[in-house]
Design a protein around this ligand. Structure first.
Ligand code: PGA
Length: 273
């Protein structure tokens, strides 16, 4: 079944102590989160055990931000999928644009990571999204299509049923620019159609597709109201418990509650430098 998911990608932020404090704040605020919304936190590797302890017994799920493309062995500095599963991770973010851009992750690497994640019972949150120039050159559909085809189309339908997709336009990540709800919905619907054509209508209908890129309390409601946007992968705003919780409430929050809050979704396009 398609799920509502709000996932916090903490990236390389917080010390372990700060991360545990943030997790505890989230646990304390869980009564304010609608019961059908699934919260996920993805702290840095070294925090996973302590944050896992802090969220134990709550409805918050634990995610890693990455895993190795090898099962085990002489790969200094890497962390294997089975190690993550062994300490209670339920999800792993794969293919984040920062990994693709700064650490050279290719589709081939991601195919290997995807297989290992799934073999070990982790649910991959697979990120796709175009760079600014690709959007300006009107290549965003082609880019996203290739990212989906190259990494997901080798999966079995059963495996695909465990994958969450996150559309994150690179020009919107950490920039304060947000795709308009129309821009985001257009790509989300396109992704769902790609999945339907390959894996069948039911798997596509059930697939959870998140939006990421400067998603915050002021624009989450409009984004989450779109028929093909099932939630968010949140970077900066996930580091403040109040903002993250407010985003998780954006499926149901009333218009009145948002009065006076200005939205980021009015920004339409990135500009060329
Ligand atoms: P942002 O990051 O919310 O800070 O733009 C999103 C992400 O990179 O997942």
């Amino acid at each position: 079944m398609r799920r509502k998911i709000v996932a916090g990608n903490w990236k390389m932020n917080t010390t372990v102590a700060e991360g545990v404090a943030l997790a505890k704040e989230l646990v304390a605020a869980m009564s304010q989160v609608p019961s059908d919304v699934n919260l996920v936190v993805a702290p840095p590797f070294v925090h996973l055990t302590s944050v896992g302890e802090a969220i134990k017994g709550s409805k918050i799920a634990l995610s890693a931000q990455n895993c190795a493309d090898q099962p085990k062995g002489a790969f200094t500095g890497e962390v294997a999928a089975n190690m993550l599963a062994g300490i209670g991770c339920q999800y792993v973010i794969l293919g984040h644009s920062e990994r693709r851009q700064y650490y050279g992750e290719t589709s081939a690497t991601l195919v290997a990571k995807m297989a290992l994640a799934l073999e070990n019972g982790l649910q991959p949150i697979y990120c796709v999204g175009e760079m600014k120039d690709e959007r300006l050159d009107n290549k965003h559909f082609d880019v996203v299509k290739a990212q989906i085809e190259e990494v997901l189309f080798g999966l079995t339908p059963e495996q695909m049923g465990h994958v969450v997709i996150a559309y994150e336009p690179v020009w919107a990540i950490g920039t304060g620019l947000t795709a308009t709800s129309e821009q985001a919905e257009e790509i989300h619907a396109f992704i769902r159609k790609l999945i339907a054509d390959k894996f069948g209508k039911q798997i596509a209908e059930d697939c959870t597709i998140l939006y990421g890129g400067s998603c915050k309390p002021s624009n989450a409601k409009e984004l989450f109201a779109c028929p093909d946007i099932d939630g968010g992968l949140i970077g900066g705003a996930s580091l403040k418990a109040a903002d993250f919780i407010a985003i998780a409430q954006s499926y149901t929050i009333s218009d009145d509650a948002l009065d006076g809050v200005s939205g980021g979704s009015k920004i339409i396009m990135p500009a060329r430098d």
